[in-house]
Design a protein around this ligand. Structure first.
Ligand code: CTP
Ligand code: CA
Length: 233
């Protein structure tokens, strides 16, 4: 009845999106995690679906109330970085657009204890960590020859030795993704249900889009930028 809410700008395209934050198990009841809500990734899934795409959302520990926003999207729930890598590799096989909007733990415990760890009277304890695979870099590398756009995210705060954009440029170059979404995080924006400021750059650091607003609006800005990118190829 009402078609105002939809368009077909992504009709015929498969979009694979990861959202949320990974949990790396220490023992059966404990993990190393992060405070990514998954809201941006879910907003992206919803926007891609609204534009007519076939969407796979690989959701790392995303709250069911947040996931509800992406009703109708094929959701692959995952817990750890290695789970997420497996599902994204699978989804990427048939994807035209691959977006890593998840917060992947850089390290995981070297071993997972099969039983709950107990206190043992010592005041200090060391947890050995090993590096997780760089999923985005792997996806960007593995698509060789395929006409696929790969997009990464970088949440940066900036500090005394570099601005948000400088850090983002370096990251874009390192990852080999086509586009990086630089997401400025701080006290008042970025995490949680608040407005977001993004800048979208390519590997050379050229700016292809930017905006500030709700996550839904920024999802629109990103897909507009991706469509322009595809047209320019
Ligand atoms: N990413 C990934 N695999 C990892 C770490 C990050 O695929 N093991 C992806 C994220 O999903 C994001 C992008 O890489 O799309 C940038 O993540 P970020 O944490 O900002 O970059 P890192 O390379 O981990 O650098 P650092 O945390 O040291 O800033
Ligand atoms: Ca990281």
């Amino acid at each position: 009845l009402c078609s105002l809410n939809t368009d077909d700008s992504l009709a015929g395209q498969n979009v694979a999106i990861s959202a949320g934050g990974t949990h790396e198990a220490i023992d059966p009841v404990r993990f190393i995690g992060n405070n990514s809500s998954g809201r941006f990734g879910v907003a992206l899934a919803r926007e891609a679906q609204r534009r007519g795409a076939t969407v796979t959302l690989v959701a790392a520990n995303v709250d069911t109330n947040v996931l509800k926003e992406a009703r109708g999207v094929a959701v692959k729930p995952v817990v750890s970085a290695r789970d997420l890598q497996g599902q994204m590799q699978q989804a990427a096989l048939s994807a035209d657009i691959v977006i890593m909007a998840s917060a992947v733990a850089d390290f995981r415990p070297a071993s997972e204890s099969s039983h709950k760890q107990k206190k043992d009277g010592t005041e200090k304890r060391t947890l050995e960590l090993v590096e997780n695979p760089d999923i985005l870099a792997g996806l960007a590398h593995d698509r060789s020859g395929k006409n696929q756009v790969v997009i990464g995210f970088a949440a940066e705060t900036g500090d005394e030795s570099g601005s948000v954009l400088e850090y983002g440029r370096a990251k874009a170059a390192r990852k080999g993704a086509d586009l990086m979404v630089i997401n400025e995080v701080g006290v008042t924006r970025g995490f949680g249900n608040v407005d977001t400021a993004i800048t979208i750059i390519d590997r050379a650091g050229n700016i292809h889009g930017n905006g500030q607003g709700t996550k839904a609006e920024m999802a629109g800005v990103l897909f507009d930028t991706i469509l322009q990118w595809q047209e320019s190829k």
